[in-house]
Design a protein around this ligand. Structure first.
Ligand code: SF4
Length: 335
């Protein structure tokens, strides 16, 4: 995840929730199903902005949200890309395993060019999925929890892994890299409060994980509903309503049924419906808010968690790069 500061509900339902589920998933014998690593992709911010002045503060804000949401640093190392030099080394190797034409066909990139009105693209931006492949494969990721928009990048990662393995078989372990599979969450996209397709900080249509119940209620008052339900008793169409989509995610199933029936019949007004929705979201965020306060009061602990994670990541990444060099016959004095 890029360090963009405090996280919102879209980040939670689209990524973080899935990460934590995977981190805590147990096999029938009680052992963990996955070993999880969580990357703060600070180099990736360069692709869209050269202003790095806030990257550190955004990193800490985001890390606190991760911890508050349930990322357990004992189980999962958390680390910054810029502090593990092997990311850049493997990126260099991988850059030679893919053509520019393949990267230009990437649909996610085309969407970005359109959304950001870009008239020119840097070499680094075009190669963004290649750096992402290095981020994943350095830790030999088998499963990558992603949002739908990142699926094409996982495909590029798989192609690069295949190409490396076939060109550079390792003398003792054979294939150095696994071909990672994507894992997409059911609620990977949460619409914004304004009804736009995506919750996004730049669009100002978000509920932050750190918002208080009062802040959530205030934001919810402006949420877009069914525009044809003008008066309280008008029948509404929940399927076109932003608030209903939040109910589906955050309210209990019987509440969702009550909301749907009440909206359609006109017995439920939007003001009351929004109050119920705010309460459901606040309830889910309450434990996170408490944990956030704990970490905010202990900045040294947060830094220590990051340093420990980076040390663990360097050990794994160093081992992988040693295998890469061996497979490529680099560094052999008498070869
Ligand atoms: Fe949306 Fe609820 Fe209003 Fe129906 S009653 S339009 S679901 S806010």
């Amino acid at each position: 995840m890029r360090p963009t500061g405090k996280l919102h509900l879209g980040h939670y339902t689209g990524a973080l929730e899935n990460w934590i589920e995977q981190q805590n998933l147990l096999q029938p014998d009680g052992t963990r199903a996955y070993e999880t690593c969580f990357l703060i992709a600070d180099y990736h911010t360069l692709t869209t902005s050269l202003d790095t002045s806030s990257v550190y503060s955004h990193t800490i804000d985001m890390l606190i949200d991760w911890l508050a949401a349930g990322v357990d640093p004992e189980k999962s190392p958390v680390f910054r890309q810029s502090q593990v030099k092997e990311h850049a080394e493997l990126f260099l190797v991988f850059s030679n395993l893919i053509t520019t034409a393949r990267l230009e066909r990437n649909p996610t990139l085309k969407e970005q060019v359109r959304d950001l009105n870009m008239d020119a693209m840097s070499y680094g931006h075009l190669g963004y999925p290649v750096l992402q492949a290095a981020d994943i494969l350095l830790y030999k990721g088998n499963v990558v929890p992603v949002g739908e928009d990142q699926l094409p990048h996982v495909e590029i990662t798989r192609e690069i892994a295949r190409k490396f393995n076939s060109h550079f078989p390792h003398p003792s372990i054979g294939e150095v890299f696994p071909e990672p599979a994507p894992k997409v969450t059911k609620f990977s996209r949460l619409v914004g409060l304004d009804g736009k397709a995506k919750m996004s900080k730049s669009l100002g249509n978000t509920i932050f994980l750190s918002d208080t119940p009062e802040e959530i209620s205030a934001k919810m008052r402006n949420a877009v509903t069914d525009t044809l339900k003008v008066r309280r008793n008008d029948p509404g169409r929940p399927e076109v309503c932003t608030v209903y989509s939040y109910h589906q995610r955050f309210s209990a199933p019987d509440t969702v049924e009550t909301v749907e029936a009440g909206c359609r019949s006109g017995s439920l007004g939007c003001v009351d419906c929004k109050k119920m929705c705010s309460a459901a979201i606040s309830d889910e965020l309450a434990p996170m808010l408490e944990k956030r306060r704990y970490y905010e009061a202990r900045p040294e602990l947060v830094k220590q968690i990051l340093h420990d994670g980076e040390n663990r990541a360097r050990r794994i990444a160093g081992q992988t790069m040693a295998e890469v060099r061996q497979a490529m016959h680099l560094g052999e004095l008498d070869a």
